[in-house]
Design a protein around this ligand. Sequence first.
Ligand code: ZN
Length: 374
Amino acid sequence: MAFLRETHYFPSMLLGSKREIVVLKFGEKTGKKAYIQANLHADEAPGVLVLFHLEKMLKEADKKGDVDGEIVIVPSANPIGQSQWNHGRIDGRFDNKTGVNFNRDFPDVTEEVAELINGKLSSDEKGNISLIRSAISTVIKGIETVNESEYLKKYLYSLAYDSDIVLDLHCDFDGISHIYLGTPLWENSKDLSKQMGAKATLLSRCSGGDPFDEACSKIYWELAEKFPKHPIPLACLSATIELRGRCDVTHEIAKKDAENIFIFLQRRGFIKGQCPDLPELKNEATPLEGVQQIQSNNSGVIVYNKEPGDSVVKGDLIAEIINPLANEVSTVKSETSGILFTRRSNRLATNGLIIGRVAGKEELEGKGKFLLSP
Ligand SMILES: [Zn+2]
């Protein structure tokens, strides 16, 4: 199959305006599929540049007939967020109309799919995967959407649900490369963290926020639990890859990231050819329940004492908050030991603002069911 650049138009929900998403397709449909998107949070640029470079690499490979299976990439997955420019700044994380985070509340279809496949599973793993994917497709088609944001989520899910590999590229304000992954996937997906050079991998069985990556992967371990007498493999390795901070955008970095994704796909059999040796894992994965959201305890100017990537121990000074109006200097300390993996890029804090996150090895108490940032 020749390289395809397709444009999908949203049904118009605003008088006089039309949204579109460009989808790039490489290779051919053989039942093997990888899906990669960027910019779901529309204010996050690094992944867009990574996919710009990956497109070139994949075109080259496709021309040589080296793509084995289908690779689909969406370089900019959120035209709604792209339109949310206000006073010279883009607000791309939350839908301005609904206030909902663009990477939360993706459809959770496990219960509906379980009803559809009940009594139809067999002892054949591949047959079960096909049955599940066909049921997911049926459920997706039946999802009614009442606003553009819901339509966007349904559409992106429909592009990705039948993939063996799903990579959703994001970034933080200021941070080191890290990956969010389903706990059951970790054992067989260390090659992703190793190849991407991730300095933290955060695992959860259910993050509580229904992000895009979980919509694609969680259903398999949930169905395996519901139907223990039938083999249901973890048929989709889906991950959210956080490519450092939002200003870490250079051709050099993006090319390296694109190359790492290319090699990962090669190692996974989507591209022919010999791939280089797998790098060592930078840091062992840690539970998402172990992430300490470090909150400011005053309003004022944040003066950090630690850099992203620094190891910290419980009690270490993370930052000072300078409140000149009260002539106060408040200290913010880590309540766990681990790696400081994100910080804010803006140095002004309100009282209670999350100003950084530490990936700790130990699960923290009182985290509740919602483990992701708002
Ligand atoms: Zn993001």
